[in-house]
Design a protein around this ligand. Sequence first.
Ligand SMILES: [Zn+2]
Length: 238
Amino acid sequence: MSFKATINYSPNFSIKKRSKKSIKFLIFHYTGIGSDKKTIQRLTDIQSEVASHYLIKDSGKIVIFVPDLYVAWHAGVSAWKKFNFLNKNSIGIEISNPGHQLDYKKFSLKQINSLIKLSKFLIKKYKINKKNILGHSDIAPLRKKDPGEKFPWEYLAKKNIGYWHNLNKNKLIKVRNKKCNKILKNKFFTYLYKIGYSKNYKNQNEKLLIKAFQRRFRPQLISGIIDQECLLISKNLT
Ligand SMILES: [Zn+2]
C-alpha cells in the first residue's frame, strides 16, 4: 500500500532524528487558512515556526513538508494520557479547511479518501494504536478546535482509523440535553481521563474540555454542557 505525494520541505522541524518506535500518535488538524497557496507559504516559512508532516489540499493532493523521522512543529503545548508536548511522538496531518474563524466547511470526499490512504499507510508502518489517532483539540482543548465537529470521525472509524462508540443512535438522541447531577458529572470526567484527556485542563476551563470531547465524539451538539448522551458515550468508549 502506498500513496502519491509531492515534496515541499519545511525548515520547521527539530534537527535530531527520532526512532521509528517513538512514533505513537497521528494528530489531525485543519489548516484554518483560506487557500492552499497561503497554507504552503506559512508551513514552509521559517518565521512561522510551524509545520506538519503532511498537508491534504482541497483537491485531495498530498504534500510532504517534513519526513516522518523528524519532529515537525504542529501540536504546540499539548497533553494526552502520560504524554506531554506530543510533537515528539506524533505525525501531524493538516487538512485544508478555512476553519471556525473563517468559513468552516465540510471536508471534501477527495480529502477524506486521501486521508484514509495516508493514514492506513502510516498506521501499518508505525503500528499506531487506533486509540492514538487524535484531533489537535483533543490534546490542546483550551487553545484549539481543529479538526472540529465537521470532521468525519465516525466514518473514519468504520475504515479502521480511530474508534467510535457502539451505542444505538436513536436511544442516544433521546437523552441529548438531559441534565446530569453532580455525581454523574464527576463520573463523566473519570471516563474522560480514561479515554486520555488530560486532567490538567479541567480546573482551567471545564467547558472547553467538554467541548473538545463533543467535537470528537458527539458532534451534533457542541454545548460545553455534560448531558446524559455525553455520559453514555464517554462510558462506552472506556
Ligand atoms: Zn491544529
